[in-house]
Design a protein around this ligand. Structure first.
Ligand code: SAM
Length: 276
């Protein structure tokens, strides 16, 4: 049997009594990082056999784990933090179990996305979980374009060294006026929630470089923060920022036209006028 087991996202005391019992009693624990899981277990006095199961060995290791479970072994799957399967390995193993007739159960624990959504203050009734955007290029642009069409609270994961890039991209994609909650180090000593518009967060994080783990909870584009509702001042500020970033007149005009809903020709003339 497979026990999908949630572990803390920061505060070790969030490990549930049921998770402790399972982790102490299964035949084997499959985990992303045996050292990290070993430390968590030893802090609760739990001893058990650990094997690594991660993104890069999941095909070969997965087959071995399935074989063991078919022979009757009980295996717990944990990730480094939070729930397996949520931006972490696990879903392949669950599918394999299902297709091999192996029973799967779950011992739920914290998920960074849901924890952040609850504390964000943004509407939580319906939401879009995005997780990490693709790291670069076309696929990343495509997903950001897709986010413009979402009409419910959006949840993103991002590494601290890439947070400023993400915020700038969201600003350029028209999310400048949208509210956001930057949920940092949740459940840990330095837990902090920074609630700012995307536009204001650009300067905030330039002055206060992001440190620690972040979930970004983002208000969707709506009528109130529709890019078409950009004021003349917003447009001029965006032009000057893109100019400072070294974009050509043509590139700036095309971006601003997309953001504001104005024509490219009109925006080209405006850029020339402003930066000449
Ligand atoms: N499986 C995990 C879950 O259930 O939330 C997600 C793992 S994903 C690889 C790691 C990302 O989750 C981090 O880069 C960060 O965006 C987010 N995260 C994890 N723990 C966090 C915390 N304590 N505070 C804020 N964000 C966190």
């Amino acid at each position: 049997m497979l026990y999908l087991t949630g572990t803390p996202i920061g505060n070790k005391d969030d490990l549930s009594p049921r998770a402790m019992e399972v982790l102490g009693n299964v035949d084997l624990i499959a985990c992303e990082d045996t050292r990290r899981t070993g430390l968590l277990l030893s802090s609760f006095g739990i001893k058990n056999k650990l094997v690594s199961y991660h993104e890069h060995n999941k095909a070969s290791k997965g087959a071995q784990l399935i074989e063991k479970m078919l022979q009757g072994a009980d295996i717990a799957l944990v990730s480094d933090a939070g729930m397996p399967c949520i931006n972490d390995p696990g879903e392949d193993l669950v599918r394999e179990c299902i297709s091999n007739g192996i029973e799967v159960t779950v011992i739920p624990g914290p998920v960074a996305a849901i924890t952040a959504l609850c504390i964000s203050g943004l509407p939580a009734a319906t939401f879009h979980y995005e997780g990490f955007l693709p790291s670069e290029g076309g696929p990343r642009k495509k997903r950001i374009e897709k986010l413009r069409t979402i009409d419910e609270t959006i949840i993103l994961y991002e590494a601290p060294h890439r947070l400023c890039k993400l915020i700038k991209e969201l600003d350029e994609a028209g999310f400048g006026g949208c509210r956001a909650a930057f949920c940092r180090e949740l459940t840990k000593k330095f837990e902090q929630v920074i609630r700012l518009s995307i536009r204001d967060s650009v300067s905030y994080f330039e002055e206060t470089p992001p440190k620690g783990e972040f979930v970004v909870v983002l208000e969707p584009l709506g009528e109130d923060n529709d890019p078409a509702a950009m004021t003349d001042d917003d447009i001029d500020a965006a032009i000057l920022r893109l100019h400072e970033e070294g974009l050509s007149t043509k590139q700036i005009a095309s971006k601003i036209a997309g953001l504001s809903g104005n024509g490219k020709k009109e925006m080209y003339a405006r850029v020339i006028n402003l930066i000449k």
